[in-house]
Write a protein that binds this ligand. Structure first.
Ligand code: ARG
Ligand code: ZN
Length: 877
């Protein structure tokens, strides 16, 4: 362990920047080994700061070498500046001046993938959140917005494409024959939105005419062997641009919009002004190499980054505590876009299922934090499900409270009022409140209070008076640093069904409706419905109107009724999940205590009628058929017994499969598509149902299924079907699974994104020597420790390997800890994210818990990056 540990910074300590940078002029003399960066910063004291003598403190990094610094052309001698803890401190400055700084950086040795680095044959940058300081000394904070001009000098033969933000304004040759390209971005922006790319890249061009009739040039750049895989992203981009005009009245502002795909990238993608940089896994798509899920992800990420042009770039964050201002809102926008492009109910189920599995687990663990955190050690650790997904749920609740029209008025006001500014979550809510006249004072507590509220509902029906009372309580469990919690403003959408499953037209607050939104604002409240003709079955929290855990004692019959008859498609899924959770909970208890497993499954009956109902969207049928995941059941468990959960799931799956074997075989056949592959909502839906049916069918002893799997694998004309068959073969111990895995690798070894899928599936396969298999994968020629996608594939796959990862001797945990230690300094962001499974140690059953904890302690004894230190130390508290 280090002598002194990194310390936290606090939202309450926010101060305006003492200096501003009106213009930033950068010159990059690009070279793999040593790149020279020259900056000319047009600076002045911030009038809002009020102090006339505050020193100038610029942010830098240990990997930035300062060559020289000058003020208004006067080279500062060493005694006039100081370098302390990566900061450049200049004590005496004028009120306005030009600061020139020359630094050396080593892109080739940059394994952190922050700042300027190399990915395959190209140069690229990642500056959010604090990557720019790894390029040059700067006021690297989002409330310092500047107009950037960027000059790139490089060897044209190797780097014919040289890009930065804004418009290309000049192109020339140096005396030594190098090429000089100058880019200018007229929109002031914080440094985190800066980008530079250089490489020998292929380009796909297109054009978009905005609603006001301006032509925007669209360009997607990739390495030449991938340029045949960008058509889908280009179409998705145009759909996004149109959608943002229609839904939010937001038009694109520059004359050119560029996207570049890079292979080595820590996250999904980045919204740099006019020059988005993408992890190639979120951009490239072709039917033969890309699954349906990945197509949808490409569309969603393209939309997300594009939408940031307004929610993030034109209006940005004052400080990083406000990250959800742009991320929560932009996730809400991309979710709404995908809902409009495909099926809204399917999209909602997928998003909620993810939230309830992963964000709820985060909210219940040691890293729990409010959507607007009040402190952090390393901001990279706060690009979380809470900031993104729960942040989006908060915006969705505002949308529910205001309704479509007032919400739009609110967003118009927000963009208009704050265009060109760096603002806070409070500013966002204020715009929504001012535009709508709806008081959101109490609602704002959602931003500052961490943890998932538990909402408990009890009901009473008074037949003589035809009255129905819902008593709703809320309680939020304590989270680290927040021992006591206050009531939140929770919108709860409710409908009432009679025993035949028809909607009851009850009266609530004087109005007749079949769907009302109850506003819970206190710890306990009773809501009254009148003219209720018969005892209702309540359909609660429709469309998941708030990110809470709902408790109501439904009988199995009530759940079956909701599952088959609720007009809210989301709640049909939700009822089926609840029924499955109830049955699985019994089975998990049996497995945990060593009893034989047995269940009178009522879910089977529900699923039988579901499969028989041909009016349903096949995608919804597939979602309802999917049993609650291992991860979700772990989140729900008081104490996690991983193998008991796995055994229970498997038992229920086999029970369902055997009971409905013929229906599954038939559903499989009915959903085979003979026309050419299309990633359309309709076809994706049918493939997902087909795959779900095959997966159940594979659990039966029907000998025809093995042939069906092998056939689908061999003859598929698209990756969804091919990989679907392969996964089912691997997980159902198909006799040919091993040879299919090999054949798959041989077929796709030159397609890295497909190899990633192979790595992940291979690492997840159940085997006595699972750990040895994973070690073999990391030594495989296709593996590369520099590439985050590969690391995540193998270690993510291993994380899903229940028996291998949770082996009683702790070897699975030890292996993961070893990898974290190796990556800790090489790539802190990646290493830190890999810690997530270990942060759940407290909930594991005692034998496993001690082993996992010991690994966290072993990691903590190392000389750690801030990123890993924060997660590991907080997890051990
Ligand atoms: N702003 C990006 C997005 O959500 C995420 C980039 C975060 N990168 C990072 N290294 N923390 O679209
Ligand atoms: Zn984002």
């Amino acid at each position: 362990m280090k002598e002194s540990q990194p310390s936290a910074i606090y939202l309450k300590d926010y101060k305006v920047p003492p200096f501003l940078i009106d213009k930033t002029e950068l010159t990059f003399d690009l070279d793999e080994a040593t790149t020279v960066v020259t900056s000319r910063l047009h600076m002045r004291r911030n009038p809002l700061d009020g102090k006339s003598n505050a020193p100038l403190i610029l942010d830098g990094g240990e990997d930035v070498k300062l060559i020289g610094v000058a003020m208004d052309g006067y080279a500062l001698p060493p005694e006039e500046y100081q370098l302390v803890d990566d900061k450049l401190i200049i004590t005496a400055t004028a009120d306005s001046f030009i600061l020139t700084c020359e630094t050396l950086i080593e892109p080739q040795n940059n394994t952190r993938l922050e700042g300027l680095y190399r990915s395959s044959s190209m140069f690229c940058t990642q500056c959010e959140a604090e990557g720019f300081r790894h390029i040059t000394y700067y006021l690297d904070r989002p409330d310092v917005m500047s107009v950037f001009t960027t000059t790139i000098i490089a060897d044209e033969a190797r780097y014919p494409v040289m890009l930065s933000n804004g418009n290309e304004i000049e192109r020339a040759k140096t005396d030594e024959g190098k090429t000089v390209v100058v880019w200018h971005d007229p929109f002031p922006k914080p440094a985190y939105l800066f980008a530079l790319v250089a490489g020998d890249l292929a380009v796909k061009n297109d054009l978009f005419t905005t609603q006001s009739g301006r032509d925007v040039k669209l360009q997607i750049f990739t390495e030449s062997h991938n340029i045949d895989k960008v058509d889908y992203a280009m179409e998705a981009l145009k759909r996004s641009m149109r959608w943002d005009e229609e839904k939010y009245g937001r038009e694109y502002d520059l004359d050119i919009f560029m996207i570049v795909a890079v292979d080595d990238f820590n996250m999904g993608a980045m919204e740099n002004k006019g020059l988005n940089v993408f992890n190639s896994s979120c951009l490239l798509a072709s039917p033969k190499t890309t699954t349906d899920d990945a197509f949808l992800r490409v569309e969603a990420v393209v939309a997300h980054e594009y939408f940031h042009n307004w929610s993030g770039n034109r209006v940005t964050c004052r400080d990083w505590f406000q990250l959800s201002l742009k991320e929560g809102f932009t996730v809400f926008r991309d979710q709404s876009f995908s809902a409009d492009m495909h099926s809204a109910t399917v999209k909602r189920v997928e998003d909620v299922s993810f939230l309830k599995t992963a964000q709820f687990a985060e909210d219940a663990g040691p890293m729990a934090h409010p959507v607007r955190p009040s402190s952090f050690i390393e901001i990279s650790n706060f690009y979380t499900l809470t900031v993104y997904e729960k942040g989006s749920e908060i915006v969705r609740m505002i949308h529910t409270l205001l309704g479509e029209e007032l919400f739009r008025k609110g967003s118009d006001l927000y963009f208009e009022r704050h265009d060109g500014q760096a603002v806070t979550c409070d500013d966002f809510v204020a715009a929504m409140q001012d535009a709508s006249g709806i008081d959101l004072t109490l609602f704002k507590r959602w931003y500052s209070q961490a943890g998932t509220p538990i909402v408990t509902v009890e009901d009473t029906y008074l037949p003589e008076e035809q009255r129905y009372l819902l008593t709703i309580k809320q309680e939020t469990p304590a989270t680290p640093g927040q021992p006591t919690k206050l009531p939140l403003h929770i919108p709860i959408r409710v409908g009432l069904l009679n025993e035949q499953g028809q909607e009851i037209q009850a009266q609530y607050q004087g109005e007749h409706s079949t769907d009302v939104t109850l506003l819970l604002t206190e710890a306990e409240q009773t809501f009254e419905f009148t003219q209720v003709s018969s005892k209702p079955v309540p359909s609660l929290l429709r469309s998941f109107s708030a990110p809470v855990k709902l408790r109501y004692n439904y009988t199995a019959d009530q759940l079956l009724l909701l599952m088959s008859a609720d007009s809210d498609g989301f709640n049909r899924w939700s009822a089926a999940q609840q029924l499955a959770v109830n049955e699985l909970t019994q089975l998990i208890e049996q497995a945990s205590s060593g009893q034989p497993l047995a269940i009178e499954s009522q879910l089977v009956a529900g699923l039988r009628s579901l499969l028989a109902d041909e009016s349903l969207d096949p995608a919804m049928v597939a979602l309802i058929l999917a049993l609650p995941s291992q991860a979700y059941l772990s989140e729900l468990a008081e104490t996690i017994d991983p193998l008991a959960i796995r055994k229970a799931r498997q038992f229920l799956k086999v029970t369902i499969a055997n009971a409905l074997s013929e229906q599954f075989a038939q559903t499989y056949q009915n959903n085979i598509i003979t026309s050419d592959y299309q990633p359309s909502a309709q076809d994706i839906a049918r493939r997902s149902l087909k795959s779900m049916a095959l997966s159940y069918w594979s659990e039966t002893s029907d000998d025809k299924v093995k042939a069906a799997i092998a056939e689908q694998f061999a003859n598929a004309d698209n990756m969804t079907d091919q990989f679907g068959a392969l996964s089912i073969a691997v997980h159902s111990a198909h006799p040919d699974a091993a040879s299919m895995l090999n054949a798959f690798y041989e077929q796709w070894k030159n397609e890295p994104l497909v190899v990633n899928k192979w790595l992940m599936l291979s690492a997840s396969q159940d085997a006595d020597d699972a750990l040895a298999v994973v070690e073999g994968l990391m030594a495989h020629p296709s593996f590369d420790l520099k590439n985050p996608n590969k690391v995540r594939s193998v270690l993510g796959g291993f994380g899903q390997n229940v028996a291998g990862f949770h082996k009683e001797d702790g070897s699975g945990y030890r292996f993961l800890a070893d990898q974290i230690i190796v990556l800790n300094k090489r790539n802190p962001q990646l290493a830190s994210r890999l810690c997530t499974p270990l942060t759940r140690w407290k909930k594991l059953k005692p034998e496993l818990s001690v082993k996992m904890k010991a690994e966290l302690e072993r990691i903590l004894a190392e000389d750690l990056s801030k990123d890993v230190y924060e997660v590991v130390s907080k997890s051990l508290v």
